[in-house]
Design a protein around this ligand. Structure first.
Ligand code: GTP
Length: 202
């Protein structure tokens, strides 16, 4: 059975970070288990959307094969993930935008379908994954017409995706704290392991 599209939903892969803990390497392009991290995400999400966006701030030619369109932060100097989210919301042509970080290679489609279905009941609100007590703002879905409100928070100096989504009344989808699908890779030590450990970078 093929996976159905998430109707009316763009997907944004965030790969615009500094990668400080990786010694400044472009994390999305680092290989884990023989494939660049971004490719793991790409292969999971590609069948789910008619608009795949990718936020990156360097190495654009190498990223181009993993998306329909590349997005670059408006501001220079790695202004943080909220900059990528803002740029994605402006670019997205669908009413929804689902976002994912580039360092979670074990995310699966079932989880993305669950996030999308849960969001549909409140179409004017974002929805964030919540792992135990911890919010996961970079695994979330946002109505794209909220971009002006998000821009206002940005102009007021807000830089935290989690705080912005909570101010917008985000709902939650709860997930077990040790769910292996949320494992992320953000250090050279984790890169060497066969399986990433669960833990967040955000
Ligand atoms: N567009 C954009 N995305 C970012 C920026 N900073 C982080 N991200 C993305 O947000 C997600 C989480 O990033 P982190 O792991 O916290 O930051 P990082 O820069 O990738 O790595 P560290 O420097 O080691 O913290 C990743 O998918 C990053 O690519 C940024 O300045 N712009």
């Amino acid at each position: 059975m093929t996976d159905p599209l998430l109707p009316s939903c763009s997907i944004l892969l965030l790969a615009g970070g500094r990668g400080q803990r990786m010694g400044g390497q472009d994390k999305g392009l680092i290989e884990w288990q023989g494939r660049p991290l971004i490719e793991w995400l790409h292969d999971v999400v590609r069948p789910l959307t008619d608009e795949l966006l990718l936020s990156c701030n360097r190495n654009q030619p190498r990223y181009a094969v993993y998306a329909d369109r590349l997005i670059t932060d408006e501001e220079e100097g790695f202004p943080g993930p909220l900059a990528g989210i803002r740029a994605g919301l402006v670019a997205a042509r669908n009413p929804w935008m689902l976002l994912l970080p580039c360092d979670t290679p074990l995310i699966d489609r079932a989880l993305l379908h669950s996030i999308y279905s849960a969001a549909l009941s409140t179409p004017d609100k974002p929805l964030m994954l919540r792992r135990g007590a911890q919010w996961e703002p970079l695994i979330s879905i946002i109505p794209t017409d909220l971009h002006e409100q998000i821009d206002e928070y940005w102009r007021d100096g807000e830089r935290s995706p989690q705080r912005v989504l909570l101010k917008l009344g985000a709902n939650e989808l709860r997930i077990e704290p040790d769910d292996p699908r949320l494992a992320n890779i953000n250090t050279p030590e984790l890169l060497k392991t066969g399986m990433p450990t669960t833990g967040t970078s955000r």
